[in-house]
Design a protein around this ligand. Structure first.
Ligand code: FPP
Length: 247
């Protein structure tokens, strides 16, 4: 029985989110520059996307560039932006062929113009695709998203559009950049780090977290399937007791 065959298709997570970590260490281990790790990370992006689409996951969010990543050496930031532009350009036809819709979350206005244009064009071209949505978190941090949401809600409260006493979970959900997507049931982080790193802090409230030692460029379809199998063994209680869940 292959690893893929061990997946229970009736218990798939609808949304998987991934912190792709370890590109720099992977490159260093091979005596290469960090960007070599990012370049090789692109094949892992393709592996994860194909694996999710193949089994029927509906949303895949990838943490591709965080707000904090802007403080990396300018040469690395520039190379990452160029890699993003070239990958989007090259892979849009693959997304079309596989009926995958591209979306983005984060402070997109901060990205270089070339990157914004390429992204907007790929998002527009793939907008009617229905098999899966691939969401790139770019210049994204959860605290940034929450601050933006708070500002929008405060503006509406000021103008009387929202009553302060009516603000609840749903109000926050509806003002985050993730408003069009369900919360991830499974969050994967590679490279042996056990942190959330300002990623989807609100949305991961009840997600199952899966950590693997694998460095991102080495992460392949089987690793994705193993994470899903592990997720399927967990009992999701949402604060209730085990008995309440089983009955
Ligand atoms: C983290 O590894 C990785 C990133 C900050 C960038 C991820 C980018 C890619 C995989 C390539 C482009 C992506 C797309 C969607 C086209 P790190 O550099 O923090 O590694 P380290 O912790 O070993 O230093």
């Amino acid at each position: 029985m292959s690893i893929k065959q061990k997946i229970d298709i009736s218990k798939l997570p609808e949304h998987v989110a991934i912190i792709m970590d370890g590109n720099g260490r992977w490159a260093k281990g091979k005596g290469k520059f960090r960007i070599f790790g990012h370049q090789n990370g692109v094949s892992a992006v393709k592996e994860a996307t194909e694996a999710c689409a193949e089994i029927g996951v509906k949303y895949l969010t990838l943490y591709a560039f965080s707000t904090e990543n802007w403080s990396r050496p300018p040469i690395e930031v520039k190379a990452l932006m160029e890699l993003l532009v070239s990958t989007i350009k090259k892979e849009t036809k693959v997304l079309m062929k596989n009926n995958i819709k591209l979306a983005a979350i984060g402070n997109i206005d901060d990205l270089p113009e070339k990157c914004r244009k390429e992204l907007a064009s790929a998002i527009n071209e793939t907008k009617d695709n229905t098999r899966m949505t691939l969401i790139l978190a770019l210049s994204y941090s959860s605290k940034w998203d929450m601050i933006e949401a708070t500002k929008k809600i405060a503006e509406k409260a000021k103008s009387g559009e929202i009553k302060i006493e009516d603000i609840n979970d749903k109000t926050i959900d509806e003002h985050l950049s993730t408003k069009n997507f369900p919360n991830p049931e499974l969050m994967i982080r590679t490279s042996g780090e056990h942190r959330i790193s300002n990623f989807l802090l609100w949305e991961l409230a009840y997600s199952e977290l899966y950590f693997t030692e694998k460095l991102w460029p080495d992460f392949n379809q089987e690793d994705l399937f193993l994470a899903i199998i592990d997720y399927q063994k967990r009992e999701r209680r949402f604060g209730k007791t085990s008995e309440q869940i089983t009955n």
